[in-house]
Design a protein around this ligand. Structure first.
Ligand SMILES: Nc1nc2c(c(=O)[nH]1)N[C@H]1C(S)=C(S)[C@@H](COP(=O)(O)OP(=O)(O)OC[C@H]3O[C@@H](n4cnc5c(=O)[nH]c(N)nc54)[C@H](O)[C@@H]3O)O[C@H]1N2
Ligand SMILES: Nc1nc2c(c(=O)[nH]1)N[C@H]1C(S)=C(S)[C@@H](COP(=O)(O)OP(=O)(O)OC[C@H]3O[C@@H](n4cnc5c(=O)[nH]c(N)nc54)[C@H](O)[C@@H]3O)O[C@H]1N2
Ligand code: SF4
Ligand SMILES: [Mo]
Length: 764
């Protein structure tokens, strides 16, 4: 790579920060924030330096490896592809297509090449046994969006740059930099909010980094958010504060929601939530009476027993108080590549419960089963049992509940392949690991998080380094495997057209597709030269075509549509190449009713599924809150899920994998600072150092996820030195939100006791 400064988007988390990377003689010499990035405006977090550490990590795999009796052995790409395709095909032939399981991990969504190649890969595998990190994450948001707005990834995004009140429930953007709200520099944006006279309110079982910079903070008992939110809905109706604003005509079944909320008065839910009735009323009033306000919920309200209802009610609260589609409230974005619209055009709005998993009968969502049932499907004999497994950019042994059971399941497979550049807790079970190029060796466009950002922007980054000829990108690996699998299925030969298609796809790669999508999108260069001339023809076409005709869909999306006339035009890959800091496409803007994808064009405030699940919530209300310690997770700004602990610069210092516990609970259990505690539940137990702090609610304990690098056979020596323990070795995989299928990662009951090393125990 040339010497000089390269501008790029950091792909590590959802924040999409612009980075400026200085390179000299093929080496990175510094990584800074890019002041000219229109979204992040110079912000980066400490993890940005890990871009260099990941790139230079000598333990990052560069060539395929195969497990042998005498350890891991490098192999050539062709040989590896051949072996993997043959094994997968063999399994499919012997046991049927569902005998192959596939798990897709989080980094896939930060990788436009993977995203483009995943579909053909999954089609070639042909199995219904698909899983992903989604069911340990944002699944409730997807179901809610599907039910209310008609599309699984049409999320209302807080307009944080213009709001006067931000109510943040179950999220910690100071550490996470936002999720389903791409918000780099949360701290800076909060400062601006304050400067406008605005306010931040946080509701969380822990006084988080975000809570510490808030104007108002309330502890809440884990898992009780649905009750809090229902009581807020109750208050709105009781005090005649409902005013749906501009979404008014679109909102359907407001009265059903009123009826549903009747028995959930602030008094009724107070004991369960741990929040005073008057505080609940005030929260509802604040939201209703602040014209520019946004209520936002995330992981803490999503991955819990009532994640579905809680997420639905949060969306409802924004609608009932007129915040949806209003500047300063929550709005749908208008990205340069609109995967929502593209998905809808091809009938991919999402679906739920079309089939059910074999062992536990859990519903699929968008073709995936809950990750919590992965081990069941591998371990339970019978037709459709998973015998071969593929992981792509995932570490489910550490990221899914009951990781030990998953360890056992993966170990017993006939064959496993991982597309990953680390030998870690999951991939150590693989027979073959296919390592892709590192992020700086490929181009980058954030297809997904551009759609969830607090401002519309577009940015393309060139690769920084040439990976060399003997390497493969993720998309190349997935397409190559897909092609070979298809060929094997057709007994070694594809029809000539199909063969040419595969070759063309493999030759082109994702960037030309990106170019096409950019050009034909609402800001596309395609719109420019023909505007004016083509408009009447386009309008005529729109009038003539049936409502659901694909051509109409295409025209709707494209820059030729009159609807997008006000948008800046001219985007293409080459125009983005000329603007390495990225292009600002403006703030979030109202887009209703056009943006809805429901059949009747309305917003469904009271979907049947959610109403049906209220019986469960009533049941909770009618039983006194249980005793016992409730376990929740947490995130830290220097860590990212399970895979950045091999960077010495990030993990150095005091262990962050501790058990946070309130002084009252600690003293009751005889725990002192410096002690280790055993945290135990049905799935298993872990031992972690205790951190006694008033920042956590009494009766709640917290352990971060993504740790536990002491499992034998993983190849990350720095991570192993800073092993920590995995919270998912304690969390049960039988606890899910039965409505949605999301894993309960927050609010499971655990036992905690003092742990002494065996030697001391003997003496005692
Ligand atoms: N208890 C508990 N569990 C949780 C959570 C929690 O809050 N609490 N959070 C959940 C959430 S939100 C998520 S998203 C999941 C994440 O869960 P996963 O996606 O399963 O795990 P990650 O830790 O993100 O692991 C990513 C893997 O991808 C590899 N990788 C990184 N970049 C690339 C790449 O470009 N290509 C390829 N092929 N591989 C790559 C890394 O080496 C690593 O092995 O964890 C979930 N698990
Ligand atoms: N530094 C860093 N950044 C990240 C990640 C990371 O691992 N590290 N991961 C990325 C990923 S994959 C994701 S999905 C996002 C997640 O982004 P966030 O959702 O902002 O992240 P969390 O820190 O998990 O926040 C969840 C909050 O919910 C609280 N909580 C737990 N249980 C409950 C409950 O029952 N009710 C309420 N009200 N609150 C509860 C927790 O205390 C915590 O503060 O972050 C992304 N960014
Ligand atoms: S917040 Fe940190 S990790 Fe996330 S994109 Fe920005 S620099 Fe990268
Ligand atoms: Mo996530």
């Amino acid at each position: 790579m040339e010497n000089g400064t390269h501008y790029r988007t950091c792909h590590l988390c959802e924040a999409m920060c612009g980075v400026a990377i200085d390179v000299k003689d093929g080496k990175i010499t510094s990584i800074r924030g890019d002041d000219n990035d229109p979204l992040s405006r110079g912000h980066i977090c400490p993890k940005a330096i890990a871009l260099q550490d990941l790139h230079e990590d000598s333990e990052r795999l560069r060539k395929p490896v195969r497990r042998t009796a005498s350890g891991w052995q490098e192999m050539e790409w062709d040989e590896a592809f051949d072996l993997v395709a043959r094994k997968l095909h063999q399994t499919r032939s012997d046991y049927g297509r569902n005998s192959i399981g596939v798990y897709l991990g989080n980094p896939n969504v930060h990788n436009h090449g993977s995203l483009v190649a995943t579909m053909p890969f999954l089609r070639a595998v042909g199995s219904q046994n698909r899983f992903s990190a989604t069911s340990n994450d944002q699944l409730p948001h997807m179901l809610t969006s599907l039910e209310m707005f008609g599309h699984q990834i049409l999320f209302p995004i807080p307009d944080i740059d213009n709001t006067d009140l931000f109510i943040c429930i179950g999220a910690n953007p100071m550490a996470s930099n936002g999720s389903l709200m791409t918000v780099p520099d949360f701290r800076g944006r909060l400062k601006e909010l304050r400067h406008r006279g605005g306010k931040l309110t946080v509701v969380d079982p822990r006084r988080t980094e975000t809570a510490k910079v808030a104007d108002e903070f309330h502890f809440i008992r884990p898992g009780s958010d649905a009750l809090l939110l229902m009581a807020m809905v109750h208050t709105l109706f009781q005090e005649s504060l409902v005013n749906t604003g501009s979404a008014g005509d679109l909102a359907k079944d407001v009265d059903l929601l009123r009826l549903a909320s009747l028995s959930f008065s602030p008094e009724a839910v107070s004991d369960h939530t741990g929040i005073q009735p008057n505080t609940i009323r005030q929260l509802a009033r604040q939201l209703a009476n602040t014209p520019k306000a946004a209520l936002y919920t995330r992981m803490g309200t999503s991955t819990q027993a009532f994640g579905g209802i809680a997420t639905w009610l949060a969306y409802c609260l924004n609608i009932l108080t007129g915040k949806l589609d209003r500047p300063g409230g929550v709005l749908f974005t208008q990205p340069a590549i609109d995967l929502v619209a593209i998905g809808a055009m091809s009938g991919q709005n999402g679906h739920f419960g079309k089939r059910h998993s074999r062992v536990r009968g859990l519903p699929e969502f968008a073709g995936e089963y809950p990750a919590s049932t992965m081990a069941d499907e591998i371990l339970t004999p019978g037709e459709g049992q998973i015998r071969a497994f593929v992981t792509v950019a995932g570490n489910p042994v550490l990221s899914s509940p009951n990781g030990r059971r998953l360890d056992e399941a993966l170990e017993g497979l006939d064959f496993m392949v991982s597309v990953d550049y680390y030998l870690n807790e999951t991939t150590r079970h693989a027979d073959v690991i296919l390592p892709p190029t590192a992020a700086l060796e490929r181009s980058h466009y954030d297809l997904i998080f551009s759609m969830f950002a607090v401002r519309n922007t577009a940015k393309y980054s060139e690769r920084l380094f040439d990976a060399g000829p003997d390497t493969r990108h993720d998309w190349q690996i997935l397409l190559e495997l897909a092609h070979r699998l298809e060929k094997l299925r057709k007994k070694g030969r594809l029809p000539i057209r199909a063969e040419l298609g595969w070759r063309a796809f493999k030759q082109l790669g994702p960037d030309p597709i990106l170019d096409l999508l950019l050009r034909s999108g609402p800001y596309g260069a395609a719109g420019k030269p023909v505007r004016g001339l083509a408009q009447p023809a386009i309008d005529l076409l729109m009038d003539l075509l049936p409502k659901r005709h694909p051509l109409r869909g295409l025209a709707n999306l494209s820059s030729l549509n009159r609807r997008w006339q006000h948008l800046p035009k001219g985007l293409s890959l080459s125009s983005l190449r000329e603007q390495p800091h990225g292009v600002d496409l403006g703030p979030l803007k109202p887009s209703l009713p056009d943006r809805l994808y429901t059949r009747d064009g309305k917003i469904n405030l009271a979907p049947r599924r959610f109403l049906d699940d209220l019986e469960r919530l009533h049941l909770v209300l009618s039983t006194p809150p249980e005793d016992g310690l409730l376990l929740i997770g947490r995130r830290h700004v220097r860590s990212n899920n399970s895979w950045m602990h091999n960077s010495q610069r990030l993990v150095k210092g005091k262990s962050r994998c501790t058990l946070m516990i309130h002084p009252k609970d600690a003293s009751r259990l005889g725990l002192q600072s410096g002690d280790s505690a055993e945290v135990q539940a049905s799935a298993g137990s872990i031992v972690v150092p205790v951190e006694i702090t008033e920042d956590i609610m009494p009766s709640v304990v917290s352990v971060p996820h993504g740790w536990g690098h002491d499992r034998e056979g993983s190849g990350q020596s720095v991570a192993t030195e800073h092993a920590g323990a995995s919270i998912n070795d304690v969390l049960s995989d039988t606890q899910i939100d039965p409505l949605v299928g999301t894993s309960v990662l927050n609010g499971q009951t655990v036992n905690v006791k003092v742990w002494r090393p065996a030697r001391q125990r003997k003496r005692a």
